[in-house]
Design a protein around this ligand. Sequence first.
Ligand code: ATP
Ligand code: TYD
Length: 236
Amino acid sequence: MKKKELLYEGKGKKMYKTDDEFLLITEFKDDLTAFNAEKRGNEAGKGALNCKISTELFHLLEKGGIATHLVETLSENEQLVKKCKIVPIEVIVRNVATGSLTKRLGIKDGTKLPFALVEFCLKDDALGDPFINDEHCLLLNLVKNQEQIEEIKTIARKINSILLDFFDTKNLRLIDFKIELGLDKDNKLILADEISPDSCRFWDKETNEKLDKDRFRQDLGNVKMAYEEVLKRILN
Ligand code: ATP
Ligand code: TYD
């Protein structure tokens, strides 16, 4: 597959065109950003770790019946993916309250939620990715109709259930995560983007040690070691 011109450079990845109009190459970067890119950093090898972790998790989800954009891994930090029209919603699933949820609703950090909470943020850096509800999604034409919103929630909950069970066997608590969905060339909703410690929160089951991007957000140190630990447990 020939890597052609850069289509888009984001905070964590570069997307390249290929000689197939329906396929893109994702290149995972070593850059780290937080708080809408106000905080910036770089960890050599982080891109390769996220590429590997995301590849493993997408394979697991495919086996569980979730359609994804992943076609194949091309190198340690490159994937070949199906090009899709990204639904401009960050879909967040939470099992335990932390981060912005505790600040917004006053729920104590670390509280186990009685059910998996699905939330939406508008994918718009200029607006700071604000939280939105179903009606905002319809108002802004981010989705086709209410049925598509329900489909997005169903996919998000199914992904959560597969990942929760998987990480439990790896001694990790899946606290929360963000996914992006897109429409493929047949207008089918598929899982796109990535699932990695950049977009998830993982706490060790015994110690609650944070093994994700919060180590960078909160200056806890050993960021790369945490990502390596997540990969090691996934592969074990
Ligand atoms: P954010 O995702 O937080 O808005 P970003 O744009 O900086 O920030 P990156 O992960 O750096 O995010 O860039 C990857 C971009 O490619 C994202 O905008 C994502 O929505 C988009 N993308 C991911 N998978 C696909 C795909 N299969 N087809 C088309 N675009 C995709
Ligand atoms: P959240 O607690 O809302 O974020 P913060 O504490 O950074 O304000 O985030 C919930 C989860 O979703 C967390 O695992 C990070 C992930 N997420 C992203 O990866 N990208 C995003 O743009 C957002 C809003 C969340």
